[in-house]
Design a protein around this ligand. Structure first.
Ligand SMILES: *[C@@H]1O[C@H](CO)[C@@H](O)[C@H](O)[C@H]1NC(C)=O
Ligand SMILES: *[C@@H]1O[C@H](CO)[C@@H](O)[C@H](O)[C@H]1NC(C)=O
Ligand SMILES: *[C@@H]1O[C@H](CO)[C@@H](O)[C@H](O)[C@H]1NC(C)=O
Length: 447
């Protein structure tokens, strides 16, 4: 008998009446639990009048702390304040009837709560259970909960300690598909980022760079789930590591390079380098727990490089000491090609010296001190041509023993010069290798 629109109107009024909470006296006698009983009784069901209408839940969160980033088990532990807002059509009251009361807090266990979870979550949820939600007079429910989130995250520590990580937090419903629950944003993502950054700023090792949002739907079999992904980009504050790891190591390697200026013949160089190497090993042992426990970060390569540079320079010192010892005790005959090469080099440097400083330098360059020889030998004889003749020797000479002795000294001198030049050459090679490898590492760090 009723036209259909009449019927609908009637139903609408009926619902409004049925689900309007009679709040008379709330301002005088407090909230009457009976008034909310019908709402509480429905908490087992999703609060909609028509089940074809999905519930819209708006979410936001504040990242309040980054507690730990564990590269070994690839987990990031952070602390979130998650905020959810949704409408419950079974709650509404007229604030004017109850002294302007617009919202009251209700124990969350009495209400239907969206079953939102974070897909990357790898731990039991330790959220406290006795929480409250704000219920607005229009039926809007505002629910906040703190969450300690241990989420799986693909961590790359290659650039440690200058690394930047990108961890994802995906909010999704565990049960409800898109037909029943839709997710929205309660705050803009830049607002979330700014709030989080303000709170996190002064804390800990990690700095929040930014949060980005993506909203791909999740397909599981034939059902479609709504989800919101937040990409949280964080960067490590490297100061601690620069001060404790990179600087000391850099100093040690600088001292190692400088120790090339200790003369080989003093015999101090090898023990000095040995001590440095020992010091560096102890340093590495002590600083080992600062390094990430898994993977091969670039910093390990850097340490290995420093260590190998030290070992190589120690080997060089040992080799030169051995050569020097050999030369001073029983100088082996110098191969002719080496001899002529040396002469060429000496002549060239001599010419250079003469050109650069016009005045004669006295007997300086012609003197060489070798620990084995008592007195400095005046190198008056290595004028090209004459030395060649002397080296080859005159078979018919009658002053053979004298000549032999002079020749021996000459060879020792040449060897001495050779060692000095070799040392210089190796030093330059060492520097070249050190600079190139360290620049490579630094360039890699900067990319
Ligand atoms: C609300 O409840 C009070 C008593 O608690 C009653 O007097 C009043 O008529 C009720 N109002 C409505 C609209 O039902
Ligand atoms: C959620 O957000 C949308 C758009 O921002 C807004 O239209 C809607 O009313 C919000 N819903 C709730 C329950 O806050
Ligand atoms: C973080 O990683 C996701 C993919 O896992 C990518 O889509 C996003 O652009 C990355 N964000 C940044 C800032 O690199």
């Amino acid at each position: 008998a009723f036209p259909s629109w009449h019927f609908h109107d009637f139903m609408f009024i009926f619902y409004i009446d049925a689900y309007t909470i009679n709040c008379t006296g709330f301002d005088l006698y407090g909230v009457d639990p009976n008034a909310f009983q019908s709402v509480f009784d429905r908490k087992a069901f999703r609060p909609v009048i028509n089940f074809r209408v999905p519930t819209l839940v708006n979410i936001s969160f504040t990242l309040s702390a980054i507690l730990d980033v564990d590269a070994q088990i690839q987990l990031m532990t952070s602390f979130l304040w998650v905020n959810m807002v949704w409408d419950n059509p079974f709650i509404s009251w007229n604030p004017e009837e109850c002294g302007g009361l617009t919202e009251i807090s209700v124990a969350a266990k009495n209400l239907w709560l969206p079953d939102l979870f974070i897909i990357e979550f790898m731990d039991v949820d330790t959220t406290p259970t006795s929480l409250y939600a704000y219920v607005h007079s229009s039926g809007r429910i505002n629910y906040d909960k703190p969450m300690k989130v241990t989420s799986i995250c693909n961590l790359d520590i290659f650039y440690f300690p200058f690394d930047q990580q990108n961890c994802t937090l995906t909010f999704s419903s565990f049960l409800y598909t898109v037909d029943h629950l839709l997710l929205g944003m309660e705050k803009e993502v830049w607002e979330i980022t700014d709030n989080s950054r303000d709170i996190i700023r002064t804390q800990g090792e990690w700095e929040l760079l930014g949060i980005n949002k993506a909203t791909p739907k999740l397909i599981m079999g034939s059902s479609l789930y709504d989800q919101i992904m937040f990409h949280v980009t964080i960067r490590r504050r490297p100061r601690l590591y620069v001060i404790n790891l990179l600087l000391p190591s850099g100093f040690l390697i600088a001292i190692d390079a400088l120790s090339f200026f200790l003369p080989v013949e003093s015999g101090n160089r090898a023990p000095f380098k040995m001590t440095l190497l020992l010091g560096y090993t102890v340093f590495l042992l002590m600083m080992n727990d600062l390094l990430p426990a898994s993977g091969t970060p670039l910093i390990s390569v850097y340490f290995a490089l420093c260590l190998s540079l030290m070992v190589v320079s120690l080997l060089e010192a040992i080799f030169l000491t051995y050569l020097l010892n050999l030369v001073t005790t029983q100088p082996p005959p110098m191969p002719p090609w080496l001899h002529s090469l040396l002469l060429h080099y000496l002549r060239a440097t001599d010419r250079c010296n003469k050109r650069s400083q016009k005045e004669p330098r006295g007997s300086g360059p012609n003197l060489i001190h070798l620990p084995g020889l008592m007195e400095p030998v005046v190198m008056a004889t290595w004028v090209p041509g004459s030395s060649e003749a002397k080296l080859n020797g005159d078979p018919g000479s009658t002053r053979a023993p004298l000549e032999q002795e002079a020749q021996g000294r000459l060879t020792a001198n040449m060897w001495g010069k050779f060692i000095v030049i070799l040392d210089k050459l190796l030093f330059w090679l060492y520097l070249l290798f050190m600079v190139s490898s360290l620049t490579t590492v630094i360039i890699l760090w900067n990319t």
